[in-house]
Design a protein around this ligand. Sequence first.
Ligand code: XMP
Length: 326
Amino acid sequence: DWNPGNVIAEQIERIREQVGSARVISALSGGVDSAVSTALVQRAVGDQLTAVFVDHGLLRKGEREQVQNDYVAATGVNLVTVDAADTFLDALEGVSDPEQKRKIIGREFIRAFEQAELDVIASAAASGEKVKFLVQGTLYPDVVESGGGTGTANIKSHHNVGGLPEDLQFELVEPLRTLFKDEVRAIGRELGLPEAIVGRQPFPGPGLGIRIVGEVTRDRLALLREADAIAREELSAAGLDGEIWQCPVVLLADVRSVGVQGDGRTYGHPIVLRPVSSEDAMTADWTRLPYDVLARISNRITNEVAEVNRVVLDVTSKPPGTIEWE
Ligand code: XMP
C-alpha cells in the first residue's frame, strides 16, 4: 500500500546518502512541488540546506508571508528571501506585449536567483564548505515528458555575473521524481506544510504580471492583488476550491467603462473572472459557478477596489481561449 510516511522515510534516507555532509540550495516558488521537495531535503539534512525565495513583486496577496512565516514555521528551513520587486517592475516599465513580459520576468528571475545562490556559495565558502547540490521539484510526469534523463544543472555565464567561475555545477536532488501531484500533496500534508501551499491551485511563474492586460505598474498590481484576494476568499468560503482547476482574475488595464456609484459617474477598469475546470490545463471548460457566489465576488470587488467599476465573467472554453489572458 502506498503510504506517505513510508515514502518520506525512504526519501530521507536516500537524500542523506546522496548529499553526505555537503551544502544544498533550493528554490522556493510558493508552489506545491518546490515546497514539498524542499521540506523533504530539510528533514533529511537540516541546516545544510538553504532555501531561496524570490519576491518578484508579482505575487498574490499573502503569498510572501505564507512562505516566510507559515512555511518556515512548519519546516524550520533556513530561508533567504530576495527582495527583487523594484528590479522586476523597473524592467517591465513600458512593456505591454505578453511574450516580452514573460521574457523579461524569466531573465530577471534567473538573475535574482543566481545572485542569491552566489551569496549562499560565498557564505559557505567562508566556513570552508562547498555547495554541491540543487534541489528540484521534478515530478514523474515531468521525467516522462523530458525523456527520463537526470543530471546536473549549470549556471552559465550568459548574463555576466562578474568575477565568477565560468560554470558552477550542481548535482540535482530530486526527491519527487517517482511521484504524481496528488501523492506530492499527501506527502506535504504528512510533513505538516500549510494547507494554503499544499492545496494551492496552479499559478503561473510570471504571476500577476501576465494578468494585467497592458503595462504592469505598481498601482495596477495593488488593485489586481486586492481583486484576486477577494475572489479567492469567496471561492474558498463557498467551498468551491475543489471544483475549479484555477480562477485567473484579470485586470483590463487599458479598458475603461462608464459606471455610476454613490452620487457620481465613474470611469473605471473591468476585472475579468476566469474560473476553469480542467484535468491537465491542456483543455478546459469554464466553470458554472453559482450565481450567488458570482454576485458576492462582483459586489465586493466593485465596492472594495477603487477604480474597478465592472466585473465580467469569461465563458470561453479552451480551446479556443487559453486559460490565462496573456
Ligand atoms: P494557458 O493560458 O496556456 O495556461 O491555457 C495553461 C496553464 O499554464 C499556466 N501558465 C503558465 N505557467 N508560466 C507558468 O509557469 C507561464 O508563463 C504560464 N502561462 C500559463 C496557466 O496558469 C495554466 O495553469
